[in-house]
Design a protein around this ligand. Structure first.
Ligand SMILES: Nc1ncnc2c1ncn2[C@@H]1O[C@H](COP(=O)(O)OP(=O)(O)OP(=O)(O)O)[C@@H](O)[C@H]1O
Ligand SMILES: [Mg+2]
Length: 372
């Protein structure tokens, strides 16, 4: 059975949805070198301890062992994606993506444990995407890297220990971050038009991720080559600024951006200080996020001025979710649009675009068969 999957290889997290599934799988984009670890108490979910060996002809270093996601987050030797990494060519991005695809295959119930010891085969058609500025130069190489046969072996991962998945990617449909999100918002699951304004209009998108912010402009569902752009910054620089400032002022160090975001999301701004003191970091967060919102708003208004055909502007991505309140306030009378789950709009769009390509291919095959 070939399954359709949408996969958003984010700098902050990889998000994956399988056709027919309701919830996306989210894995932080963090890796650490793997080793034989002492497990005193097994974690209660596989996602908490992804420990894999990956074999793929597309990797520069093959058959290495890695801790992926949450398990890598606590490791001193871990690495997150950096500004200079390119999703289309980086080994790290491919490793996390393959782990996600293998994990989803085993946990979606589609592939019960195989009899005997042979690897289980998970065949996919995947939809994915690249930032506006990387797309033209790299979509071909990204596609070529994904397509093919890879193998993921789960090592100390609870419930999946010892299972081997051959991940076969038959086809990869690469689109553009932000543009895919709009396709999702404009269509139903069966791909019919859901929102005519979005489908036939001229729409501006600001999709703010961890390290990149994309500004595609889409007219009647086609990307505008002249006006679409991207910026090499995202929420991460502001999170790093907050972490530094909190450390300088209060001597409290957040071990990762993820830990800080957890606090902000839950609205818990009080940190404990040594000697039973407390400090409120809200003013620092407000300062940095306010600054971020002003910068993003400035970029949006510049683009809107240049292209008055734009009917409305959507702010998406995790950065959009984080800055929503600050942006709305800064924008005053200018209306910006937000949606719930802004950080998942791309991945749902990738799945739909893969489905769209697949339907077109089937149609073409049917026509060819009729003509034969
Ligand atoms: N609902 C939310 N509220 C607040 N912050 C969020 C939310 N969702 C995600 N974030 C934060 O926003 C940032 C960007 O998240 P997002 O998932 O859009 O990045 P990404 O897609 O992995 O990165 P990129 O697009 O640069 O590859 C991250 O730091 C993340 O922790
Ligand atoms: Mg993103």
């Amino acid at each position: 059975m070939i399954r359709l999957a949408g996969i958003d290889v984010g700098n902050d997290s990889v998000k994956l949805v399988l056709e027919g599934a309701t919830e996306p799988v989210v894995i932080p984009s963090i890796l650490a070198p793997g080793y034989e670890r002492h497990v005193f108490q097994e974690e209660d979910a596989p996602l908490k301890a992804l420990d894999v060996r990956i074999h793929s002809p597309k990797l520069k270093r093959n058959r290495e062992r890695y801790f992926v996601g949450l398990l890598a987050m606590e490791d001193q030797d871990n690495s997150e994606l950096e500004e200079t990494d390119n999703k289309a060519t980086s080994d790290q991005a491919l490793i996390v993506a393959l782990t996600a695809l293998a994990y989803a295959a085993l946990t979606s119930g589609a592939y019960p444990p195989a009899e005997g010891q042979g690897p289980e085969v998970a065949e996919y058609i995947v939809g994915t995407g690249l930032p506006v500025r990387t797309y033209t130069g790299y979509h071909k190489s990204f596609e070529e890297r994904l397509v093919g046969e890879h193998e993921v072996t789960f090592l100390s991962t609870p419930k999946l220990r010892g299972r081997v998945v051959r991940v076969v990617i038959r086809r990869a449909v690469v689109s553009i971050e932000g543009a895919a999100a709009l396709f999702h918002m404009a269509t139903h699951d069966n791909l019919s038009v859901r929102n005519e304004e979005l489908y036939y209009g001229c729409i501006g998108i600001c999709e703010m991720g961890a390290l990149t912010t994309d500004f595609p402009v889409i007219k009647r569902m086609s990307i505008d080559n002249q006006f679409s752009t991207g910026e090499q910054f995202g929420l991460a620089v502001y999170l790093d600024g907050i972490i530094r400032e909190v450390e300088d002022q209060y001597g409290h160090r957040f071990p990762s951006r993820a830990k800080l975001i957890q606090r902000i999301k839950s609205g818990d701004y009080l940190i404990r200080r040594i000697g039973e003191g407390q400090a409120d970091i809200r003013p620092i967060v407000d300062t940095y996020f306010g600054r971020a919102a002003n910068k993003v708003l400035d970029l949006i208004l510049k683009r809107w001025k240049k292209n008055p055909d734009i009917q409305c502007f959507y702010v998406l991505g995790g950065g959009g979710a984080a800055l929503r309140g600050y942006l709305t306030e800064a924008a005053g009378l200018v209306r910006l649009r937000f949606v719930e789950d802004g950080e998942f709009q791309n991945v749902y769009g990738y799945l739909k675009l893969a489905k769209n390509k697949q339907l077109q291919a089937l149609d073409a095959a049917a026509v060819a068969a009729e003509e034969a």
